[in-house]
Design a protein around this ligand. Structure first.
Ligand SMILES: Nc1nc2c(c(=O)[nH]1)N[C@H]1C(S)=C(S)[C@@H](COP(=O)(O)O)O[C@H]1N2
Ligand SMILES: [Mo]
Length: 215
C-alpha cells in the first residue's frame, strides 16, 4: 500500500496534491479508536437490527437475516473531527440506498431524517438523503475481515469521501455509529450524542464544520 512504501509525510503530500486532504486534517497510517464509554461485547445469537419510525413496515432482522441482505463494497477516505484522516479504506456491508431500492425498507413520504441507534444508547443523526449516497455504508467488514470489536463489531455505519469525486456530501467520522443496532426514520431532525455536545450537525469536513459554535 501507498503508506507502507512512502513515509507518512510523503504520503500526506501526495494525498494533498490529489485534493483529498480536507482543511485542518493530517494523514494517519494508524487506525485510531475513538468513542465515548465502554466497548460492548455483542452476542450474535441475540443481536438484532431494527428499522422503525416512519417506515411502511417496521423490520427486525437477526444476524443471519441481516447477512442475507444485498452486499456492497466501497473504498473511502475517512476524516475524524480530531484531525486525522485515513485514506483508501475498504468496507463491505449493506447500503441503505440498496435496501430502499429493493423495497426492503419503505420510508414513508414524510421521512426526511434518520437517527442511528447504537449499543448503550449512542445516537447520531443525518438527513435521509445523506444516507442514500454511495459514500455511506453499514459495514460488517473492514479490509476483508469482520470489523474489529473496538471499531464497531459486528456492524457500524461508515461515512467518508471518494478519492476521485467531491460531489455529494461527506461528514466527519462520528456520523458513523459503531455497534449499530437500528435506524429510526423521522419527519424532523433529532440531534445525536456528539451533535448535542458541541459538534456541528452538518459536519462536512470539506467546509471544516467541526463545532456548532465559534471558539
Ligand atoms: N457507538 C458509538 N459510535 C461512535 C462513537 C461513539 O462514541 N459510540 N464515536 C464516534 C466518533 S466521535 C468517531 S471519531 C468514530 C471513530 O471510529 P473508530 O474508533 O473506528 O476510529 O466513531 C464514531 N462512532
Ligand atoms: Mo470523533
Amino acid at each position: 500500500m501507498l503508506e507502507s512504501i512512502l513515509g507518512r509525510r510523503e504520503a500526506e503530500a501526495k494525498i494533498k496534491s490529489q485534493n483529498r486532504l480536507p482543511p485542518g486534517q493530517s494523514l494517519t497510517q494508524k487506525f485510531p479508536v475513538l468513542h465515548y464509554g465502554p466497548v460492548p461485547r455483542p452476542d450474535l445469537a441475540t443481536w438484532d437490527f431494527r428499522v422503525f419510525g416512519l417506515v411502511e413496515e417496521e423490520k427486525t432482522w437477526n444476524w443471519e437475516e441481516f447477512n442475507k441482505l444485498p452486499h456492497t463494497r466501497v473504498t473511502l477516505d475517512i476524516h475524524c473531527v480530531t484531525r486525522w484522516s485515513k485514506f483508501d479504506t475498504t468496507w463491505e456491508g449493506v447500503s441503505v440506498k440498496t435496501l430502499i431500492k429493493e423495497g426492503l425498507i419503505k420510508p414513508k413520504p414524510e421521512a426526511n431524517f434518520v437517527v442511528q441507534h447504537c449499543e448503550f444508547g449512542y445516537t447520531t443523526n443525518t438527513p435521509l438523503d445523506f444516507l442514500l449516497q454511495d459514500n455511506v455504508i453499514m459495514a460488517t467488514h473492514y479490509e476483508g475481515e469482520p470489523l474489529p470489536l473496538d471499531h464497531g463489531y459486528p456492524l457500524r455505519m461508515v461515512v467518508g469521501s471518494f478519492a476521485d469525486r467531491h460531489e455529494g456530501k461527506s461528514a466527519y467520522f462520528w456520523k458513523g455509529g459503531k455497534w449499530l443496532r437500528g435506524l429510526e426514520f423521522r419527519a424532523t431532525d433529532q440531534l445525536g450524542f456528539w451533535e448535542r455536545n458541541g459538534y456541528n450537525n452538518e459536519a462536512d469536513p470539506w467546509r471544516e464544520q467541526r463545532y456548532s459554535y465559534q471558539w
